[in-house]
Each structure stands twice: as structure tokens, then as C-alpha cells.
Design a protein around this ligand. Structure first.
Ligand SMILES: [Zn+2]
Length: 376
């Protein structure tokens, strides 16, 4: 059965800090230890900023990290554009996308555009990232205006999604998000923003940029069905749930494993903590070092983890003492359920210490990490 490892479509140039590489790195590690391809779509389409210019640079940076992409594209490519056009119209014909008139609150610049009932909820709980408490857009300062608009929304009905969640403690939150999506069908069109246009029953709609990139899973799969391992950060559970719900509407034969990794904060020397990707690659001097230091953030019991900038030197010294980096390719296939137990900070620290002491410690862990460092 076809198996793929994917990460959520990152925006090149937007997340330039090196800490943001943990997702693609973890996806790459999983793909290598399962001997399956790692595919990606990057998100460059945005109504307010231009990111396409960073695409090639980002691919080079991933390459220098040793992240080997099998198939890669971006959501502004001609192929992807056609795919989303087809997808939207197919979903509409099937009834998975519906159109109706809704009361929408909009500002002048277009960043605030949401259904009235969502606006009321945002204001009530003071959660507006874009809308201020006095009902204005935080970007353009204009007051929100109520309009009746025809919109497209995604009708999600399936309640038992075939999803394994690692770590399992995120399951409750994931299910709560899915049931919210079923109750409030997400709006996938926009009125005040530029974007891809799609014609449905002779009427033109502008598609929401998030909906466009969220359709990427089935774009990357060549067969009908298979296993998808999706890697996402702990702050992206909402996006991951939307991606899986949408993908499942398109193809119910796919099984998903959603791997949620913690976000990393590096503390200590600001010349390290503030580095961008290129500076980090240079400071590491070796992709095995760059990969290992980031992996120290894999503390699966936490949503956010802190690693110390001093540990970069520790990693450098340890990896340096691993003289012979060439080992046999790992033949054993890593079980997805074992990821948090095999690949984590504390095991990695034990391995690094044993390297510095130039002694091997017993067990498969040593072999795993030796392979981890050498398979790059
Ligand atoms: Zn605005």
C-alpha cells in the first residue's frame, strides 16, 4: 500500500528562524526510518505578501539540512492551480461544498472577513487576533461592516475519521476541533481578498488561501488510498484537522497518522537563539549536528520545549567523536507508534554522552542513533 510522509505546507521566508525546521526534519527522520517517500507542497500564495521568491532558497535550505524531498511543489504552480479548480467543482457537484447567502462582517483591507456569529463569539471571549474589542480591524483600523454575501462552505459530515494520533493525548482536542468543523462548516471563499477564482454554476468565487493549500494531501498521492503520516506542530492541530477532514472527503480510503511535535524555544546565547536558517546551518558546520541539536527539542510530553544554546556545543563535541559515520543502512522499519519512545530528548542525551565517553551503551537505542546520525 502506498505510504507517504508529509508535513503541513510551510511558508518559505515567513518562518525563517531555524527552530521552524523541526517539523520538516521530523518528517524526514520518519520517512528515512520507514523507507517511504517524503513529499511536500509549500505555501507561497497569500493575499497580502509575496513569498514565491523564497521558494528555491527554502528548498536549498531543506537540502542542506539533509531533508530529502521526493516530490515537491508549491501552491501557486499551474498544476496545483488546476487541481484546486477541479477539486472545488467536484466537491460542489457531490454536495461536499455548498453555496449560500450569509451575513459577513468585513473591513476595508480584507483581513477581517468572517460570519457575523463568529465575530460575536470572538468579541465575547476577547480572542480577536485581527478584530479589536471596539469592532475594528487591527490592520487598517476601519470598522467592520455587515454585508449579505454568497459564500462557499465545506460540508464535513464524517465523524469516525481513520486517524491515529501520536502522542495520543492530543486526541480529545483533535476530536473537539473536528466536531466544531462539522457544526460550523468552514467558509472557503472570500469577497475582499485577491486569490484563485473558480466558476460554479456560472458564478465566480474567490477561494480562501487556506483552503487552497489545505487540499494538498490528495494532490501528492498518486493512488487511490494508502497511508499518510502527517507531521504538524502543537500549534497547528486546527490546521491538521482541516487538512485531514478535507482529504477524507476527497478520498475516504486513506489512513492517517498525525504526529504532533512540540514547538522549540532555544534559550541562552542570543547569537544562537536568534539565528535564521542559513546562520544556523553555518554555525552547526555539519548537517548531523544541525539535525541532532534540533532533535533535542523532542520532548513528547510537552507542547513547547526549551533547549539551551549551550547544547549546540555539546552536540558538536559528541558528533565529532563519532569517527566513523558510515554504518549500514537501517533495515528495521520504525513503527510509527514507537516514535515518542525511540526518538526523544532523553535517549538522545544518553547517546551523546556515550559518544563523548567513547563507550557504547547496550540496547537498540545506540544503534538507532548511530544510524540516525549516519544516514544523512
Ligand atoms: Zn482591515
Amino acid at each position: 500500500m502506498e505510504e507517504r510522509v508529509l508535513f503541513l505546507p510551510l511558508t518559505p521566508g515567513k518562518h525563517q528562524k531555524f527552530q521552524s525546521l523541526l517539523g520538516p526534519l521530523l518528517a524526514d527522520i520518519i520517512a528515512r526510518f520507514r523507507h517511504v517517500p517524503l513529499d511536500a507542497v509549500l505555501n507561497t500564495s497569500n493575499s497580502f505578501r509575496y513569498f514565491k521568491k523564497y521558494y528555491n532558497e527554502y528548498l536549498r535550505q531543506l537540502g542542506e539540512m539533509g531533508i530529502a524531498l521526493n516530490k515537491v511543489d508549491f501552491d501557486e504552480s499551474d498544476n496545483y492551480y488546476c487541481y484546486i479548480d477541479d477539486l472545488t467543482r467536484t466537491l460542489y457537484k457531490r454536495g461536499d461544498v455548498s453555496s449560500c447567502r450569509r451575513d459577513i462582517a468585513v473591513c476595508k483591507c480584507g483581513r477581517a472577513e468572517l460570519p457575523m456569529e463568529n465575530l460575536e463569539e470572538l468579541l465575547e471571549f476577547n480572542r480577536g487576533k485581527i478584530v479589536s474589542q471596539d469592532n475594528r480591524c487591527k490592520y487598517c483600523g476601519t470598522g467592520l461592516e455587515k454585508r449579505k454575501e454568497k459564500i462557499l462552505s465545506l460540508v464535513i459530515t464524517q465523524s469516525d475519521l481513520p486517524v491515529n494520533i501520536i502522542p495520543d493525548r492530543y486526541r480529545k482536542e483533535f476530536e473537539a476541533i473536528c466536531s466544531r468543523l462539522r457544526r460550523n462548516p468552514p467558509i472557503i471563499s472570500r469577497h475582499t481578498r485577491a486569490g484563485q477564482k473558480v466558476k460554479i454554476n456560472g458564478e465566480e468565487f474567490v477561494l480562501d488561501a487556506d483552503f487552497r493549500w489545505m487540499g494538498y494531501v490528495n494532490y501528492l498521492l498518486s493512488q487511490n488510498g494508502g497511508n499518510v503520516c502527517l507531521v504538524a506542530g502543537s500549534d497547528c492541530l486546527n490546521h491538521a484537522a482541516k487538512v485531514i477532514c478535507l482529504s477524507h472527503l476527497v478520498n475516504p480510503l486513506i489512513n492517517y497518522t498525525l504526529v504532533i511535535h512540540p514547538l522549540i524555544k532555544v534559550e541562552g546565547n542570543s547569537s544562537i537563539t536568534e539565528m535564521d536558517i542559513d546562520d544556523y546551518l553555518k554555525a552547526s558546520g555539519d548537517r548531523a549536528v544541525a539535525r541532532t541539536f534540533l532533535s533535542l527539542g523532542l520532548q513528547w510530553t510537552k507542547e513547547r520545549t526549551v533547549i539551551s544554546s549551550r547544547e549546540l556545543y555539546l552536540v558538536k563535541q559528541s558528533i565529532f567523536s563519532l569517527q566513523d559515520k558510515k554504518t549500514e543502512a537501517e533495515k528495521k522499519i520504525l513503527d510509527l507508534a514507537d516514535i515518542p519512545y525511540v526518538l526523544n530528548r532523553s535517549k538522545m542525551m544518553i547517546f551523546l554522552k556515550s559518544l563523548r565517553a567513547k563507550k557504547s551503551f547496550s540496547g537498540n537505542c545506540n544503534e538507532f542513533f548511530k544510524n540516525y546520525v549516519s544516514l544523512i
